[in-house]
Design a protein around this ligand. Structure first.
Ligand code: GTP
Length: 216
């Protein structure tokens, strides 16, 4: 996968996809599930351990993801999971094209709250928004309380793709954003003769690859 910082993006040779369009993607989920950490891992390839400092309000990072040789610009918004910021973050759902919804595999409540998050998403976001469910902190196997199958089952019920991630090891982090970028590219450039792209099938096929889920 070829990932570039949007800040240093200069254009240049190669096919460009919606050169001036930023595809708005939002990270949502309970406070502490790892939204900021996931974005930092994707953006900078690092994990900053230590004391947890909750996000206040909302902020974004621009990234260019190269999908099948085509540049897709993502504007990734990191929201505060705390209840008191909800009314602020709801306002951002409306023009989002994709939502990454996170829970923490070591937190039962963060998993149980996913249904409430999905209700909010259906209330405030566009009907055709791309949603992906992520079970984060998969590296903390000793404290796991949510089985992978439980995440799979919930995702199936809502018809959304699912994977477990680790913002610490980087497991599946690029894959999650790449899958979103592929779906957005497909939707925007869909030709009548183009084979259809199914994000759930893509995610499942990538998860089955031997290199997919290593904790290295
Ligand atoms: N072991 C491990 N720890 C993680 C992972 N992701 C996040 N953390 C830790 O979990 C805590 C919360 O992470 P954040 O990224 O700040 O969580 P958040 O969802 O952005 O929280 P809010 O900003 O309050 O919504 C921090 O101490 C992180 O270091 C992970 O994948 N593995």
């Amino acid at each position: 996968m070829d990932l570039q910082r949007f800040d240093s993006y200069q254009g240049g040779a190669g096919p460009d996809f919606n050169e001036h369009v930023l595809h708005k993607t939002i990270l949502v989920g309970d406070s502490g599930v790892g939204k900021t950490s996931l974005l930092v891992q994707f953006d900078q390839g690092k994990f900053i351990p230590g004391s947890f400092s909750a996000t206040v309000g909302i902020g974004f990072t621009n990234k260019v993801v190269t999908v099948d040789g085509v540049r897709v610009k993502l504007q990734i918004w990191d929201t505060a999971g705390q209840e008191r910021f909800r009314s602020v973050t709801h306002a951002y759902y409306r023009d989002a094209q994709a939502l990454l919804l996170l829970y923490d595999i070591t937190s039962k409540s963060s998993f149980e709250n996913i249904r409430a998050w999905l209700t909010e998403i259906h209330e405030y976001a566009q009907r055709d928004v791309v949603i992906m469910l992520l079970g984060n902190k998969a590296d903390v196997s000793s404290e796991r309380v949510i089985r992978s199958e439980d995440g799979e089952r919930l995702a199936r019920e809502y018809g959304v793709p699912f994977m477990e991630t680790s913002a610490k090891t980087g497991m599946n982090v690029e894959l999650a954003f790449l899958a979103i970028a592929k779906e957005l590219k497909y939707r925007a450039g869909q030709q009548a003769d183009e084979p259809s792209f199914q994000i759930r099938d893509y995610v499942e096929s990538q998860k089955k690859r031997p290199s997919c889920c290593s904790f290295l």
